[in-house]
Design a protein around this ligand. Structure first.
Ligand code: SAM
Length: 230
C-alpha cells in the first residue's frame, strides 16, 4: 500500500499551478455567489457522475471551486466524495457549504497536476469548467489516470474554444444574473475564458499524449464533454 506522500514527486519550486489570476479572496467569493445561479447545471453534472458511479464508490472532483457539484452529488447517494482545489478560499467556502447542506465531502487543498492521493484511489473522476485553467493539461490527465482504479472513468466538461459570442450571450441570459454580474460574466467569457479554452482536436491530442491514450468527446452549445477510461 503506497502512502500519500512517498509515491508522488513534489511540484517544482516556483511553478505556477494555474493560468491567469489566483481564485482566492474576493474573486473566489464573487465566483461562488455568481455561480449559485447555475445550480441546475451543477445538479445535471452531479447526475452524470451518479449515473456512472455505483453507490458507495469513491469519486474525485478535480478543481471543485465552491463545491456545488460535489454537494449536489452527495445528496444523490452514499458516495465517498473528495474535492481537490488549489484555492484555499474555495476549500473553506466549499467545506462550509457542505456543512450547511448537511452532507460530507472531503474538500482539500492541492494541485491537480501533483495530486496528494495514492494510485488507484477513485472509481470515478469529474472536472467541470477548470481544465482550461491547467498549465500542464497532459500532466493533469496523467494524474487522473494514476489515481483512478483500473477500469475507472473520468469526465471533463469545459468551454469549447469555438463557442460563438451569441452562444455565450444566450447562456449568460439564462442565468438571470443582475446586470452588473451579467456584464462581467460575458466579459470574462469572451476576453479570458475563450482565450484559454481548448478545441476538440487539442483535447484529442492531449488525451493521445496522456496515459489514457484516447478519449471520446461530445459537444453541446457551449461545452465539450470529454470521456476517459483507464
Ligand atoms: C472556473 S473555476 C471552476 C470551479 C468549478 N469546477 C465549477 O464548475 O464551478 C476553476 C477552478 O480550478 C481551480 N484550479 C486551477 N488550477 C488548479 C490546479 N492546478 N489544481 C487544482 N485546482 C485548480 C481553481 O482554484 C478554481 O476552483
Amino acid at each position: 500500500m503506497q502512502t500519500e506522500t512517498e509515491d508522488q514527486p513534489a511540484p517544482p519550486q516556483k511553478r505556477k499551478a494555474y493560468k491567469g489570476i489566483a481564485m482566492e479572496g474576493f474573486i473566489a467569493k464573487w465566483y461562488a455567489k455568481t455561480t449559485r445561479n447555475s445550480i441546475d447545471e451543477y445538479r445535471a453534472w452531479a447526475k452524470i457522475a451518479s449515473d456512472h458511479a455505483s453507490r458507495g464508490s469513491s469519486i474525485l472532483e478535480v478543481a471543485p471551486g465552491p463545491g456545488y457539484l460535489s454537494i449536489e452529488l452527495a445528496k444523490l447517494g452514499n458516495y465517498e466524495i473528495t474535492g481537490l482545489d488549489i484555492s484555499k478560499t474555495f476549500v473553506k467556502i466549499a467545506s462550509e457549504k457542505a456543512l450547511a447542506a448537511g452532507v460530507h465531502v472531503n474538500f482539500r487543498q492541492g494541485d491537480a497536476a501533483y495530486m496528494p492521493f495514492p494510485d488507484g484511489s477513485f472509481d470515478f473522476a469529474i472536472c467541470t469548467s477548470a481544465f482550461k485553467n491547467f498549465p500542464e493539461p497532459v500532466r493533469v490527465l496523467d494524474e487522473i489516470f494514476r489515481v483512478l482504479k483500473s477500469s475507472g472513468n473520468a469526465v471533463i466538461i469545459d468551454l469549447r474554444k469555438d463557442a460563438s459570442k451569441a452562444e455565450i450571450d444566450q447562456y449568460v441570459e439564462r442565468l438571470k444574473l443582475n446586470p452588473i454580474n451579467a456584464f462581467m460574466t460575458k466579459f470574462i467569457f469572451k476576453h479570458t475564458l475563450l482565450k484559454s479554452a481548448h478545441t476538440k482536436s487539442e483535447i484529442q491530442e492531449f488525451a493521445a499524449k496522456s496515459r489514457f491514450g484516447s478519449c471520446n468527446i461530445q459537444s453541446d452549445d457551449l461545452a465539450l464533454e470529454i470521456w476517459l477510461r483507464k
